[in-house]
Design a protein around this ligand. Structure first.
Ligand SMILES: [Zn+2]
Length: 238
């Protein structure tokens, strides 16, 4: 019996021993796992740090990219600016040329305007002169037509008188026609008072027996006869 019991005890002891060993093994494994875990944790930390660094780098790269693109744009703009400046230079010169041209033209316009206003004043004065002259002309016309009417009236009277004298002269008792027309009064012996003929070759000086200057010896007056129109006239003693 004791043997059996002791046998069991031995076996139990053996199991305990085995369990102890297993436990030690497990503990050992556990510590190994802990160690591994620590290592992994460290690695994870490192990786996290690396990721953060990479992120920073990526950010930097992105920033750099943006800068580069901005810089490229900037350089392009600068280039364009330079081109524009070279284009602008002649345009600026042109503008200044045009401005000076405009200035000159403005001066010319001003002088033309002042000339024009002077001419307008002159034209106004000429217009008023013309109006005055027209008035004078009308007055002269009126006066001259009045005079013409007067002269024509006189002529008509004279013609009537001539007709009368012709009739009486034609019936003179000696049957002689003393004169073709009535003798008129002239101002010059060299000019016909009717037709204005002043050709001395065509003006005859003849004796006028109707005028007796002296009875003894008989001296008669003189008269002039126009060869152009046949008019006779006397001139008062000069
Ligand atoms: Zn005459």
């Amino acid at each position: 019996m004791v043997d059996k019991k002791s046998q069991t005890l031995i076996e139990n002891e053996k199991t305990v021993e085995e369990l102890k060993i297993e436990n030690a093994n497990l503990k050992n494994q556990l510590s190994q796992k802990d160690h591994d875990k620590e290592i992994l944790e460290t690695k994870i930390d490192e990786l996290i740090r690396e990721i953060a660094q990479n992120r920073e780098i990526i950010d930097k790269i992105n920033a750099n990219k943006a800068y580069k693109s901005t810089h490229a744009t900037f350089e392009k703009l600068m280039e364009e600016n330079t081109k524009l400046n070279t284009t602008i230079k002649p345009l600026k010169k042109k503008i200044s040329d045009l401005e000076s041209e405009i200035k000159t033209l403005n001066e010319i316009v001003k002088s033309i305007e002042s000339d024009y206003s002077k001419l307008e004043q002159q034209s106004d004065s000429y217009k008023s002169s013309i109006v005055n002259l027209e008035q004078e002309k009308t007055q002269i016309k009126e006066t001259s037509s009045k005079k013409i009417a007067e002269i024509q009236g006189k002529k008509v009277k004279k013609a009537k008188k001539k007709e009368d004298s012709k009739v009486t002269e034609e019936f003179k008792p000696d049957g002689r026609i003393a004169a073709k027309d009535k003798i008129v009064e002239g101002t010059s012996r060299r000019k016909c008072p009717i037709c204005g003929n002043s050709n001395t070759h065509l003006i005859r000086e003849v004796t006028d027996k109707s005028i007796i200057i002296l009875d003894y010896p008989k001296v008669y007056g003189k008269k002039f006869v126009c060869g152009e129109c046949g008019q006779s006239w006397r001139v008062k003693k000069e």
